[in-house]
Design a protein. Structure first.
Length: 364
């Protein structure tokens, strides 16, 4: 379609989501701080979630929340059915009581894991944060429509207070609040995008605010290095402001995406990533960890070139991720109430070209 939408989907949003997930995979494979600066994936994904939530809330708020949970949780349940027995079998000395294990079913806090299972559980903070923002969305949308700018700034101000008084809550609640507040402004900005408020602002104004946010966050990060140098992840407030700057620019830009349908391989890849987004996110770190563990058994260290070693290890990780997507991705189809498919690619329907009809000449 000329407007870049296909089957009712916003292809610009699909492309942003695909880029964000690819960046997450690359960062966990090669944990270089520059990846987070190039594209703050989490802020972008939460902004997309907030924008898409508005349309559903306007139809039926309780149903919108249930539908989001239905799309989110089944893939986690499958991971839990696999990961928890494996962790118990492998040995879990400090295994918590069964009520805490229920967080694998409804993650209002980070699900518990052993050290062995951390590669699987370590990425689940995103689902915890997404869950809370979905539950809070009806309230956030009402607040935004009444006090738009204060609602955008509310999570950021609350985050500053949390960082100033971290001991006011327990450790578990602290980490949940840290992520919810750290990305809450991006979620609300997504709502502002869906409401059309960002589009009503002049482009130079939005881009100017975005540049100030990004430059201010970078300046703070470089003048306050941590133990491992400049690392935005160690500065939650700076990272939140940095993400806000990117989200403002990306949501205000909103280019036409009609070119995507002409680039068939890219278009198919973007659709595939979106069709299996939760599966890719949940299992990519496990695939990377297993690939690293295979370096010695497969004697990858004998490859003379270090760059080729990294590429070989990454190729193994991606092959394992493909296996996960093919074997478990169908759960996302069931969650979306689609016919389950092993292949994540959607076949295009070929349309026959209409035969031109000869029109008799008009006689004057």
């Amino acid at each position: 379609m000329a407007d870049g939408k296909k089957a009712g989907r916003d292809r610009y949003f699909d492309t942003l989501r695909a880029v964000a997930i690819i960046r997450v995979v690359l960062f966990h494979a090669y944990p270089v701080a520059a990846f987070e600066l190039i594209f703050p994936s989490m802020g972008v994904m939460f902004a997309l979630g907030g924008s898409l939530m508005v349309k559903s809330l306007d139809r039926n708020a309780p149903r919108a929340v249930r539908n989001r949970l239905r799309r989110l949780l089944p893939a986690l349940w499958v991971m839990g059915l696999i990961a928890v027995p494996v962790m118990i079998h492998h040995g879990w000395p400090d295994r918590p009581s069964w009520p805490r294990l229920l967080l694998w079913a409804f993650p209002i806090a980070d699900p518990p894991s052993s050290e062995f299972g951390y590669p699987a559980a370590g990425v689940l903070w995103y689902l915890v944060t997404y869950l809370w923002l979905v539950l809070l969305s009806p309230v956030l949308l009402k607040l935004y429509r009444r006090w738009n700018l204060p609602t955008v700034l509310l999570p950021l101000v609350a985050l500053m207070l949390l960082m100033a008084y971290p001991d006011i809550v327990g450790a578990t609640v602290f980490w949940v609040l840290l992520n919810v507040l750290g990305f809450g402004s991006c979620w609300v900005l997504g709502m502002a995008h869906r409401e059309g408020d960002l589009a009503r602002l002049r482009t130079p104004v939005v881009l100017g605010i975005a540049v100030v946010c990004v430059a201010g966050a970078l300046t703070w990060a470089y003048t306050h290095p941590g133990e491992h140098g400049v690392n935005m992840a160690d500065l939650p407030v700076a990272y939140a402001v940095y993400s806000i700057g990117f989200v403002l620019a990306l949501l205000r830009w909103a280019p036409r995406m009609d070119w995507l349908t002409r680039a068939r391989p890219v278009d198919s890849f973007v659709s595939m990533v979106n069709n299996r987004a939760v599966t890719i996110y949940l299992w990519h770190n496990v695939a990377i960890t297993v690939a690293v563990a295979l370096i010695v058994p497969l004697r990858l260290w004998e490859i003379p070139n270090e760059t080729l070693q990294y590429l070989a290890d990454f190729a193994i990780a991606m092959a394992m991720l493909v296996v996960c997507v093919l074997s478990l991705g169908w759960v996302e189809d069931l969650a979306a109430r689609r016919r389950p498919r092993i292949s994540p690619f959607v076949r295009r329907r070929r349309t026959r070209r209409a035969t031109p009809v000869a029109v008799p000449p008009v006689v004057a």
